[in-house]
Design a protein around this ligand. Sequence first.
Ligand code: 5GP
Ligand code: ZN
Length: 113
Amino acid sequence: MDCIFCKIVSGDIPSNKVYEDDKILAFKDINPQAPVHVVIIPKEHILTCANDINEDNSAIVGYIFTKIPEIAKLCGTEDGYRIVNNCGEKGAQTVFHIHFHLLGGAQLSERLN
Ligand code: 5GP
Ligand code: ZN
């Protein structure tokens, strides 16, 4: 599969990793939109975006969310951050391997777009 994030998981594309375990990977976004901008992905390419989540496959999403506080702390933004999932082309999604943006490191705007 020609997927940038699968290539990051395999190491074919280098990344600045901030957290990794057997199920998930968090790495710095190449085009940061905030002082802290990390992309958190499941290593397995099973979902494309939030639209694909269902009762049978949601465990990995729940697992990512249990790790978010730890990842935020590793990035020094545990005092506040935003989690974003861009879903579909109208949601401005560009990489179709489900991922959650962790944005922080500054006072974020009240606006979400
Ligand atoms: P999306 O727009 O799909 O929600 O987010 C994809 C994100 O992946 C974008 O913020 C983009 O900057 C980031 N990205 C795309 N290619 C690479 C890459 O090769 N390395 C890293 N670290 N981030 C990437
Ligand atoms: Zn993938």
